[in-house]
Design a protein around this ligand. Structure first.
Ligand SMILES: [Zn+2]
Length: 388
């Protein structure tokens, strides 16, 4: 983040009062571990978010996503009957860190850095948006209604949340996403690759590896061919990557293996690339005679291409950032996907990477920078108040 020399402090009592509540809230949230796979922990985290939102004077409720599992949290500033399309702010309260990690990686401050599991991705980011929204309400409200929607399963692909995210997106004018600001200078994100998974299963014919080698059909040999075929679909120039990340197969070394399978990750920049890759993957054919291939192609998050509408949203948010005291720059397309992919794919102007400054997402050195929290909070307040 570019920070000007002579930054002026916002001295309004309201801003000071609320910004004083920001750090203790971040600490509470980080100390409450909430991995994607623990419904009990996530339920507790959802309750904590609702409590903190209400403490700030905002209306907050949880909504179940399915018959079991942790809920969505919806915080808004709509008055009764206000159905106008507004600003959708998206966050997730799950983290990749298991319960107990705080013992190894405690919440702590070291110089300008504040450490703890999930602090950068993305608990601090949600706290910023939430506190900004509370300030907006105390200052008289926003031009557009704001829906802050916080989800429990982003780190595992948002399978349970996707439908609800899309419902909110269809009723919104803009989406702002609290994923971390890029580590290299706090840039925001206007384009993300689409992501997904490929699974290929091969079924051969088992045989004694010594006595009946010629009767066997080796499933591992088949999968080896498919590994090379998939890896060759990578095209760096076009931003398409396919990476086989796991292979399995065989029973013992003296048996020609009947079963083998691979799993691959792919990333691609636009819907056309997705269609092309799907066709290529679905066209994979067995190379070893008599082996059956079973191919599965799952586009988990569609690509988020940079549209003119998103560029316009960026220009407007850059004005709010300038008022807050910093310049909001744009990162090149990133290979990591987020819930922004879902809203952008529906044509909603979407800006992501508006959370806290810091580094080390998904690691034990995950941290945010204390010195830029004030600027980020002002940005959220300016944006939620003024964006129309
Ligand atoms: Zn995240």
């Amino acid at each position: 983040m570019n920070r000007p020399e002579n930054m002026t402090q916002d001295n309004s009592d309201i801003a000071q009062d609320l910004s004083r509540q920001l750090l203790p809230m971040i600490e509470r949230w980080v100390r409450f571990e909430s991995p994607s796979h623990s419904d009990e922990a996530l339920d507790g985290m959802a309750k904590l978010i609702v409590q903190d939102a209400e403490r700030l004077g905002l209306a907050a409720l949880t909504q179940p996503l399915s018959t079991d599992g942790a809920p969505l949290v919806h915080i808004h500033n709509r008055s009764a009957g206000d159905e106008r399309p507004g600003i959708l702010v998206l966050g997730h309260y799950d983290t990749v860190h298991p319960v107990g990690i705080l013992e190894k990686n405690p919440f702590r401050m070291e110089g300008d850095k504040l450490y703890g599991p999930g602090i950068y991705d993305m608990k601090a980011g949600i706290c910023l948006a939430l506190t900004g929204l509370a300030q907006v309400q105390r200052l008289g409200g926003s031009a557009l209604p704001v829906d802050l929607v916080i989800l429990p399963d982003e780190e595992t692909g948002s399978h349970r949340s996707r439908e609800r995210i899309e419902e909110f997106a269809r009723r919104s004018r803009y989406a702002l996403v609290c994923e971390p600001a890029r580590a290299d200078g706090g840039r925001c994100v206007t384009a993300r690759k689409g992501t997904g998974f490929i699974t290929v299963k091969a079924r051969g014919r088992p045989a004694h590896a010594g006595m009946q080698h010629d009767r066997g059909r080796n499933a591992i040999e088949e999968i080896a061919h498919q590994v090379l075929a998939l890896q060759a679909m990578t095209d760096y120039e076009r931003g398409i990557t396919v990476s086989v990340g796991r292979i399995q197969g065989g029973t013992t070394v003296n048996v020609v293996p009947e079963h083998s399978q691979l799993s691959a990750d792919f990333r691609l920049p636009d819907p056309q690339a997705a269609d092309e890759l799907r066709a290529k993957v679905q066209g994979l054919a067995a190379r070893v005679p008599d082996v059956q291939l079973d191919v599965d192609f799952q586009l988990n998050r569609p690509p988020m291409p940079r549209t003119e509408a998103t560029a316009e949203l960026l220009r407007r948010c850059q004005v709010f950032a300038a008022r807050a005291g910093f310049s909001l720059d744009e990162a090149p397309m990133t290979g990591g996907a987020s819930d922004a992919n879902f809203t952008a794919a529906l044509g909603l102007p979407t800006l992501d990477g508006l959370g806290a400054d810091g580094d080390g997402a998904h690691t034990l050195h995950e941290h945010i920078l204390l010195s830029t929290l004030d600027l980020r909070l002002k940005f959220w307040t300016e944006t939620l108040q003024g964006l129309a």
